[in-house]
Design a protein around this ligand. Structure first.
Ligand SMILES: [Zn+2]
Length: 300
C-alpha cells in the first residue's frame, strides 16, 4: 500500500505526532530539524538522529524563529531553515533529502520533507493574497485569517497525476528536459481547472507523448514536498497514437521493455519507482497481452 512510501505520514507514525504550534504545549528544547536548501543538517557521523536539545550549530543564525511542528519521540520538534550560503561548522553535515542518492534514512527524509512543506507554506502565507494585509494563524491549525478583510487561507497542496502506460510488455517512459540523459520516468503533471483526475491523465499523456490511453485506474498516492505536491498514481493502457514528445517539457519519449527499464530521476523514494516496481511487470493483477504471435503472423 502506498501509505508506506517515504514522505507519507505512515513512514513516521511511530516517531512523530503532527501538531500545529499552539498545540505543542511543552516548551522544552526537544528536537530541531534544520533545513538548508533540500538538505537536513545533522551531526557528522551520526546521521540517524535529529539535532537534540533544540540547539542550532554555534554561530548560525536562522532567518526566523524555529517553529513547533509537532512531537518527535514525545518531545517538541521545531523546524527552521538557514540560508544556502551559510558554511557549517566542521562537526555538522548537510544530507540531501531529495534526489536519487541521499544516503539519508527514510524516516529522517520524511520528517525533513514535512518540515520543508510547512516552512514553505509559512513563508508563502505571510500576507493576504486578496488585500495584502498581514495574516494571522487560525488557532489549532495551519490555516491563516486576514484581520483586514476576513479572508481565510489554507495550505496549498497541489494535486498531480502520475501514470504508468502499458502497451503489451512495454511501458511508456519520458525524459523531462530538466533530467540528465539516460534518466526516464512516468508521465506526470498538475491537475488543471475543470478536470477529473482521469481527464488529467488523458491530457498529460496526450500532451507529453502524443498517446491516447484507456482503462485508467488508481493505484496509490504520495506526498511530494518539493515544495507541496500530492502525487496521485494511475495505471493506463495504450489506446492509440504514435509516440511524439512535445519537444519542450519532454525531450524524449518511448516504449521500454518491462525487463530493461532505465534509471529514474526521482530515485528509490518516488512513487514513480514504486509504481514501476509493483506494476511494471506483466501479470501484476492484470491480463497479459502478448503481441508476438500476431506480429509473427504478420511477417509471414
Ligand atoms: Zn485580506
Amino acid at each position: 500500500m502506498s501509505n508506506f512510501l517515504p514522505f507519507n505520514t505512515t513512514m513516521i507514525r511511530n516517531l512523530f505526532t503532527p501538531l500545529p504550534p499552539e498545540q505543542v504545549r511543552d516548551d522544552t528544547p526537544g528536537f530541531l530539524a534544520v533545513l538548508q536548501g533540500s538538505s537536513l543538517i545533522l551531526l557528522a557521523g551520526s546521521p540517524q538522529a535529529l539535532l537534540q536539545d533544540g540547539s542550532l550549530p554555534a554561530g548560525i543564525v536562522p532567518d526566523q524563529e524555529p517553529l513547533k511542528i509537532g512531537l518527535w519521540q514525545g518531545k517538541p520538534l521545531r523546524a527552521v531553515r538557514i540560508a544556502a550560503n551559510i558554511t557549517l561548522p566542521a562537526e555538522y553535515e548537510a544530507v540531501p533529502f531529495q534526489g536519487p542518492d541521499t544516503g539519508l534514512d527514510n524516516t529522517l527524509a520524511t520528517i525533513a520533507g514535512r518540515a520543508a512543506q510547512i516552512l514553505h507554506w509559512e513563508r508563502r502565507s505571510r500576507f493576504c493574497s486578496h488585500c495584502g494585509g498581514e495574516l494571522a494563524r487560525i488557532p489549532d491549525g495551519w490555516g491563516k485569517r486576514c484581520p483586514s478583510c476576513g479572508d481565510e487561507h489554507y495550505p496549498h497542496i497541489h494535486p498531480c497525476i502520475i501514470v504508468l502506460v502499458r502497451r503489451g510488455a512495454e511501458l511508456l517512459l519520458i525524459r523531462n528536459a530538466a533530467w540528465s540523459p539516460g534518466r526516464f520516468s512516468l508521465v506526470a503533471g498538475f491537475v488543471d481547472f475543470g478536470e477529473s483526475l482521469e481527464e488529467c491523465v488523458q491530457r498529460e499523456v496526450r500532451e507529453e507523448a502524443g498517446i491516447e490511453v484507456t482503462n485508467i485506474r488508481y493505484v496509490g498516492s504520495q506526498c511530494w514536498p518539493f515544495p507541496s505536491q500530492e502525487m496521485i498514481g494511475f495505471l493506463a493502457d495504450y489506446a492509440g497514437g504514435e509516440v511524439r514528445p512535445d519537444g519542450v517539457e519532454v525531450v524524449e519519449a518511448g516504449w521500454f521493455s518491462e525487463d530493461a527499464l532505465p534509471a529514474s530521476p526521482g530515485g528509490g523514494r518516488s512513487i514513480s519507482r514504486w509504481i514501476m516496481d509493483i506494476y511494471g511487470k506483466s501479470g501484476a493483477g492484470r491480463t497479459v497481452i502478448t503481441t508476438s504471435s500476431s506480429e509473427a503472423q504478420g511477417t509471414m
